[in-house]
Design a protein around this ligand. Structure first.
Ligand code: OGA
Ligand code: MN
Length: 278
């Protein structure tokens, strides 16, 4: 089958068709994928139909695969099962958290470089598309004055901030459990070694250092609304077998809500980050 490569929005996304199964597990394909990720943030292999061995093998060609504790996969410790069915994943109860715009691993010093997600079963309730927002493009489009205003600001990221969006009124026990995950401070604007800049915002961003809480909250809300405008976003409607890979450092993402009884089941791997937030 002929391979086609299509750019999806003016700034974001590449869709590849005609590559599937073991044909994906190829050094040249991996190199093209990494280049596309850097340029376009999201790479979609339509109906790639990779099995679990191929998913892990392709992930290894892209970077260092992080083992995912509590992944819920019986034979592959590198694979996390993303589902709301608690019989398939011990983390099912936390999936509602992914309905809010976020970047994975923002409480780590070095957030994951990329995430790979492949659809084993798509949702049967109309929900469960995945959306991406390009925070490189969003930063770039700010005015010089706005960029200057953000210079030097630092943000506290915490698991608790993201959980408050799902459970605004936690019991003291819930709150204590969230707070066992240490918070982390990062610059609001992430400047890469190569000079590219992106906004580090999303569900885990709780407050701005040295700002009154309401004022910090208002700025974080404004920036998230800015970054998630249609002109910076891409929506993926899943077909069974799709493999979607995103630059986790620069793409905010969220699942559109799907029900607790949805058939949706994704297999996911994550790649170790290569650059600390600076
Ligand atoms: C994730 C995530 C989105 C989705 O796995 O980190 O945010 O659409 N997933 O399931
Ligand atoms: Mn995520």
């Amino acid at each position: 089958m002929a391979v086609t490569v299509t750019e999806l929005t003016p700034t974001t996304g590449v869709e590849v068709t005609g590559l599937s199964g073991g044909r994906l597990v190829d050094k040249a394909v991996a190199e093209e994928c990494l280049a596309a990720l850097e340029r376009r943030g999201v790479v979609i292999y339509r109906e790639a139909d990779v099995d679990d061995d191929d998913l892990v093998a392709f992930s290894r060609l892209l970077g260092q695969v992080v083992p995912l504790p509590m992944g819920g996969h019986p034979t592959h410790p590198e694979i996390q099962r993303i589902t709301r069915d608690p019989s398939k994943s011990p983390l099912a109860a936390y999936r509602e958290g992914t309905f809010h715009w976020h970047i994975d691993g923002t409480t780590d010093q070095v957030p994951n470089k990329a995430t790979l997600l492949t659809a084993r079963q798509i949702s049967d309730d109309g929900g469960g598309d995945t959306e991406f927002a390009n925070t490189f493009a969003a930063y770039e489009a700010l005015s010089d004055t706005e960029k200057l205003e953000l210079d030097g600001l630092r943000v506290v990221h915490s698991f608790a901030a993201s959980q408050l969006l799902v459970t605004p009124d936690p019991s003291p026990k819930e709150r204590a459990a969230w707070d066992r995950n240490p918070a982390r401070e990062h610059p609001l604007v992430w400047t890469r070694g190569d000079g590219r800049r992106s906004l580090l915002v999303g569900a885990t961003a709780g407050e701005i250092v040295d700002r009154p809480p309401e004022e910090g909250r208002a700025l974080l809300d404004r920036l998230l609304a800015w970054a998630s405008q249609p002109r910076f976003t891409l929506r993926h409607q899943w077909r069974r077998g799709d493999l979607v890979i995103w630059d986790n450092t620069g793409m905010l993402h969220r699942a559109l809500p799907y029900g607790a009884a949805s058939s949706r089941l994704m297999h996911r791997t994550s790649l170790q980050g290569e650059e600390a937030v600076a």
